[in-house]
Design a protein around this ligand. Structure first.
Ligand SMILES: NC(=O)C1=CN([C@@H]2O[C@H](COP(=O)(O)OP(=O)(O)OC[C@H]3O[C@@H](n4cnc5c(N)ncnc54)[C@H](O)[C@@H]3O)[C@@H](O)[C@H]2O)C=CC1
Ligand SMILES: O=C(O)[C@@H]1CCC=N1
Length: 264
């Protein structure tokens, strides 16, 4: 299966890397376009995949086309293209609704998909928006591609905004938390590298515990918080200073922003 990327930035590179590493496709079967010849040649050299001269050439070369431009670039990019009905198109953009995509694509040839940056280590949490118009073979293709880079869930489009907050964007919040924890340890003389490694492993383990245990996160907090001990000091301090409230507000802001992009 030939896979083509229009927009070869952070997300496209992450997906391409996962698909090649997991041997879902081979380098020779991956195509991309860029806006300048220089960046096309640089990427070809670094990646060993094929850069083509135009976005139309990506469509012509690939069976599956992944649209990974910024949301505001969609109209400008899709307008001049001729996309045959038999090509499967996958948009990974936030804020570009099915209604918008259907201005350029047939109802039965596309999926909206939301992966996250952890696809870099085959640990994405990816949403595929249900599309009842596509056939089972196309559904299987999209599921196979994104299962190679992590977990996949099918959701209705109405839930995509909150999914983006919960999984598409949340890695940035977790990275901020890891960096802040590590930086706080630097204050006590630990090297940043060691502190980052320790904080990251604690977060990784905590995620695994939630995944693999039948206990809720709320009850796990109690298991860590020894009576009269150290952890409860932090939990109460964070509760007093509005930690949960800040996270709730952050989720609201992300949902609001996706809705705003979607309504443009
Ligand atoms: N970065 C992330 O963690 C995630 C991003 N996304 C979505 O992925 C999409 C891309 O985001 P990023 O990779 O972060 O942005 P990016 O800015 O790294 O990549 C966008 C790429 O599109 C290229 N581009 C712009 N106009 C073009 C044109 N006319 N023809 C060909 N290429 C063109 C740019 O040169 C750039 O390489 C967005 O729609 C975003 O919502 C989705 C999930 C996670
Ligand atoms: O920040 C963004 O708009 C994209 C959507 C999910 C992650 N990055």
């Amino acid at each position: 299966m030939n896979i083509g990327f229009i927009g070869f930035g952070n997300m496209a590179k992450t997906i391409a890397n996962g698909l090649i590493n997991e041997e879902v496709t081979q380098k020779e079967r991956v195509f991309f376009s860029t806006r300048t010849k220089e960046s096309r040649q640089k990427t070809e050299k670094e990646w060993g995949i094929t850069g083509v001269e135009s976005n139309q050439a990506v469509i012509d070369s690939a069976d599956v086309i992944i649209l990974a431009m910024k949301p505001h670039q969609f109209d400008e990019v899709l307008q001049p293209l001729t996309i045959p009905k038999e090509k499967l198109v996958i948009s990974v953009a936030a804020g570009v609704t099915s209604t918008k995509l259907e201005e350029h694509l047939s109802k039965n040839q596309y999926f909206r998909v939301m992966p996250n940056l952890n696809a870099q280590v085959q640990a994405s949490m990816t949403a595929i928006v249900e599309n009842k118009e596509v056939d089972s073979r196309q559904k299987e293709v999209v599921e196979t591609l994104f299962s190679a880079i992590g977990e996949v869930v099918f959701i209705p489009e109405e839930q995509l905004s909150v999914f983006i907050a919960l999984a598409g964007s949340s890695p940035a919040i977790v990275f901020l938390m890891i960096d802040t924890l590590a930086r706080s340890a630097v204050k006590y003389g630990m090297s940043k590298d060691t502190a980052t490694k320790i904080a990251a492993q604690a977060v990784l383990g905590s995620g695994k515990t939630v995944h693999e245990s039948a206990t809720s996160p709320w009850d796990l907090i109690d298991q860590v918080s020894s009576p009269g001990g150290i952890t409860v000091e932090a939990i109460l301090n964070l509760m007093q200073s509005g930690f949960s409230g800040s996270l709730i507000q952050a989720v609201d802001k992300m949902v609001e922003k996706d809705n705003k992009l979607s309504n443009n």
